[in-house]
Ligand binder design. Structure first.
Ligand code: ARG
Length: 300
C-alpha cells in the first residue's frame, strides 16, 4: 500500500500551492484597453470584433413555395428570401433550421429558435404566447379535391373526410365546421402528407393555405386535383414570430420588412415566386383590404 511520506506530501502540496498562485495571477489580467486610459499603441493587430450574433430562424420546410428543401438540402422559398432580405436591411445575421410544425411555437418560447418564419397566420390565440412582426403576406384557406369530385363549397365538407396539417388554421376551420369530436378530420404532420392522402383516396378533401395548395396542384398534374375557393374563409396574414416580449428583435425585423417593402425588394421576391407583383394594396395591409392575390397570380 503506498504511503505518503512527509517529504512527498510537502512536495505535492507546494506544487498545488504554486498552481493556485499561478491560477490566481492568471485571473488578474490587465484591464481591457478600452478601460485603461490612455491606451498604449497596440503592438499587434487589434482584436477582431466579437462575432456577430446569428439569429436562428425555425421553419417547417415542407411548405413550398414558402419554405422547402431543395435537392441540396438547402432551405429555400418565399419566406426565406423575405427574412434574408429583411435581416440584411436590419443588419442582423440569420440562419435557418428545419423545425417540425408540431412544437415550432415551443421552440421559440424555449429559446431554441430566435425567430419563426413558416407561413404562420397571425391569430389572436397565438398572439397570447408569441409576438408577431407586421404582416408580410395575405393568405386564405383553399380546398383541394379530386378533379371529378362533386364537392363545390366548404359546407359540403361537413360530413366528409378532410385532411389537414395538424394545428394549422386549416385544421381550425374544418374542426369548427365538423365539431371538435368529429372523427372525419384527419390530421397530418405536414400538408404534403395530407395531399398525398387525398391522392390515395384516404380523404375527400384537403383544406390548407391557398398558396401551398395552388403550388402543389400546379406542380403535380398527375394527382388530378382541382381547387375550390369559398368566400366564407377569412383573410389571413402571415407574420414572423419572436418570443413574447422580445421587442428588440421584433423592432429590427419590422424595420427590415419596412425597408424591403419601400425599396422594391419585397415586390421582386413576390414576383419571383408568384409570377407578378402583389395586388395594388400590396401584402401586409389590414385584413379588410386583403385580396386573394396569390391564387390568381400563382395559377398563371
Ligand atoms: N398558415 C397556416 C397556419 O398558420 C399554416 C402554416 C403552416 N406552415 C408550414 N410551414 N407548415 O396555421
Amino acid at each position: 500500500m503506498p504511503t505518503i511520506t512527509t517529504r512527498n506530501f510537502l512536495k505535492t502540496s507546494s506544487l498545488l500551492v504554486a498552481g493556485l498562485v499561478l491560477a490566481a495571477c492568471g485571473k488578474q489580467e490587465p484591464p481591457s484597453p478600452s478601460a485603461s486610459a490612455p491606451a498604449p499603441a497596440p503592438a499587434a493587430a487589434p482584436a477582431p470584433p466579437p462575432a456577430a450574433k446569428v439569429y436562428v430562424v425555425g421553419t417547417d420546410a415542407a411548405y413550398a413555395p414558402f419554405e422547402s428543401q431543395n435537392e441540396k438540402g438547402e432551405i429555400v422559398g418565399f419566406d426565406i428570401d423575405v427574412v434574408k432580405a429583411a435581416a440584411e436591411k436590419a443588419g442582423i445575421e440569420v440562419k435557418f433550421l428545419n423545425t417540425p410544425w408540431e412544437g415550432i411555437f415551443n421552440s421559440v418560447a424555449q429559446g431554441d429558435r430566435d425567430l419563426l418564419v413558416s407561413s404562420i397566420t397571425i391569430t389572436p390565440e397565438r398572439k397570447q404566447t408569441l409576438d408577431f412582426s407586421d404582416p408580410y403576406f395575405d393568405a386564405q384557406q383553399l380546398i383541394a379535391v379530386k378533379n371529378d369530385s362533386k364537392i363545390a363549397k366548404f359546407d359540403d365538407l361537413k360530413k366528409l373526410k378532410v385532411g389537414v396539417q395538424n394545428g394549422t388554421t386549416g385544421d381550425e376551420v374544418i374542426t369548427k365546421l365538423q365539431g371538435k369530436e368529429s372523427a372525419n378530420v384527419k390530421r397530418f404532420e405536414s400538408t404534403p402528407l395530407a395531399l398525398k392522402e387525398l391522392e390515395g383516396g384516404g380523404v375527400d378533401a384537403v383544406v390548407a393555405d391557398n398558396g401551398v395548395v395552388v403550388h402543389y396542384v400546379n406542380n403535380n398534374p398527375g394527382s388530378k386535383f382541382k381547387t375550390i375557393a369559398d368566400s366564407s374563409f377569412a383573410s389571413e396574414q402571415y407574420g414572423i414570430a419572436v418570443k413574447k416580449g422580445n421587442a428588440e428583435l421584433l423592432e429590427k425585423i419590422n424595420k427590415g420588412l419596412a425597408a424591403i417593402k419601400t425599396d422594391g425588394t419585397y415586390n421582386q421576391i413576390y414576383t419571383k415566386y408568384f409570377g407578378s407583383a402583389p395586388a395594388a394594396a400590396g401584402a401586409a395591409t389590414p385584413a379588410s383590404a386583403a385580396a386573394p392575390a396569390p391564387v390568381a397570380a400563382a395559377s398563371k
